[in-house]
Design a protein around this ligand. Structure first.
Ligand code: PLP
Length: 430
């Protein structure tokens, strides 16, 4: 192990000398100190990692009219939203709850776009009252209802239509969203008709077009294909006399969980902007909706080994984090690296790392070589995106605490949920 070398894909998570050993640090803070102070499971985020991920996009768009709208579903903790709001980001939201959250964190309503296939009338009203920038409309039925709601409030809703470009993002089927069989967006073939319909509705003002083809995309080609298909549509829609003010290419850029080599955001956008320029759309205002690539590798989850248990076919390393804290392995068979906070010397044993939840699907990592004992601290890497925001109380487990590290400063940004919090809203009938 090289002293002070960052872990692959995690520029601000590193092993550094600590006494005669090495220990894991996030920025300038030893993670074992955080576990002692705040307990486990504990999510730890690096502010510098978030800002450097954002910086790659900002570099990519230098000199262009582009709005980065952080897709807050990836991690919607208030303090994380505040980091991005202060750095000038807009936000991509998918519910009235996310709207309330991002406003509470200081987000600018004018830079909010509202995606999602099932917005309710109440959510539409809430968003119109707040003065959000744009609704990304996902169906013709939604166009009619939104127009009615907006007209009823004496206003017009700014809309972009989310088009399903039928492009394969070459990712896990559960996180592909731009194929014909997915529930998202308006079918490519119906787009022009949908725009004509939208332009004729009294409560709408057409301002843009958008797409989002999937998540954890590690290749540039699907983006280029989607861009070509969207630009073809823009040409058709504008020929029909409907101006498209902005083009929104969604999110989806992947991160390195396990040796993947997605393009850096600035490299991706250099190529995409070349294509835009070549097709004559280089000056068009742009929007993007990145989520995972801004926060995924900025976070880790610390968990303590409760027991190790030899099995007939497998050895189990039972830890205090579980599928309710880190749902991605159970949901998508996703891979997260798991490393010791204070490595021991030894040959290691092959373990399945599992949580205490009563489901066989409750595993965090399979066939991992670890040299561990009860009481040791492990770090689940790449845990900044789609972990805490998907956490649940299954098995009446309070959700984990979260801390934000900024250099050597530590901020507790969410306290651990107590068991009483988990049933505080319930009532006994008598
Ligand atoms: N935009 C929309 C409409 C989405 O549905 C998602 C994720 O599902 C995102 C953006 C963010 O995707 P990612 O986190 O992969 O960047």
């Amino acid at each position: 192990m090289t002293p002070s070398s960052p872990l692959p894909g995690h520029p601000h998570v590193l092993y550094a000398p600590s006494g005669s050993q090495h220990a894991l640090y996030v920025e300038g803070v030893r993670v074992s100190d955080l576990a002692r102070q705040f307990g486990t499971p504990l999510f730890v985020y690096s502010k510098a990692a978030m800002l450097s991920a954002l910086g790659a996009y900002q570099r990519g768009f230098a000199g262009r009219q582009a709005q980065i709208c952080y897709a807050m579903k990836a991690n919607s903790s208030l303090a994380v939203l505040q980091v991005f709001a202060r750095a000038g980001c807009g936000f991509d939201i998918v519910s009235g709850g996310e709207l309330a959250r991002v406003l509470a964190a200081g987000g600018d309503p004018a830079r909010i776009i509202f995606s999602g296939v099932g917005k309710t009338r109440a959510e539409m009203q809430q968003a119109l009252k707040a003065g959000i920038g744009c609704f990304n409309v996902e169906s013709e039925a939604e166009l009619d209802v939104l127009s009615e709601v907006a007209a009823g409030m004496g206003t017009r809703a700014r809309v972009s239509l989310r088009v399903n470009p039928n492009v394969d993002p070459q990712t896990h089927p559960y996180i592909s969203t731009g194929l014909k069989g997915n529930k998202f967006g308006i079918a490519h073939d119906r787009t022009l008709a949908a725009y004509r319909h939208a332009a004729a509705l009294p409560g709408l003002q057409v301002v843009g077009i958008d797409c989002h083809i999937g998540s954890q995309i590690t290749e540039i080609t699907p983006y280029l294909d989607a861009m070509d298909r969207i630009l073809d549509l823009v040409a058709d829609i504008e020929s029909a006399g409907i101006p498209i003010h902005h083009i929104d290419f969604g999110g989806g850029l992947g991160i390195a969980y396990h040796g993947e080599t997605p393009p850096a955001a600035d490299v991706l956008w250099q190529q995409l902007l070349e294509r835009l320029d070549a097709r004559g759309y280089g000056q068009r205002p742009l929007m993007i909706e990145p989520g995972r690539s801004l926060v995924g590798n900025a976070g880790i989850c610390l968990t303590e080994v409760i027991f190790t248990k030899p099995g007939e076919e497998k050895n189990f390393c039972i830890v205090d984090a579980a599928m309710n804290d880190l749902p991605r392995p159970a949901m998508y068979q996703a891979f997260h690296q798991i490393v010791p906070a204070e490595p021991r010397t030894g040959p290691g044993v092959v373990y399945d790392v599992v949580g205490p939840v009563c489901e066989s699907g409750d595993w965090l990592g399979r066939d991992r070589v670890l040299e561990v004992q009860s009481g040791d601290l492990l770090a689940v890497l790449s845990a900044g995106a789609y972990c805490m925001s998907m956490a649940s109380n299954y098995n009446t487990r309070g959700r984990a605490a979260e801390v934000l590290v900024d250099g050597e400063q530590v901020h507790l940004i969410r306290q651990r949920e107590s068991v009483f919090d988990t049933f505080a809203l319930e009532h006994l009938p008598d």
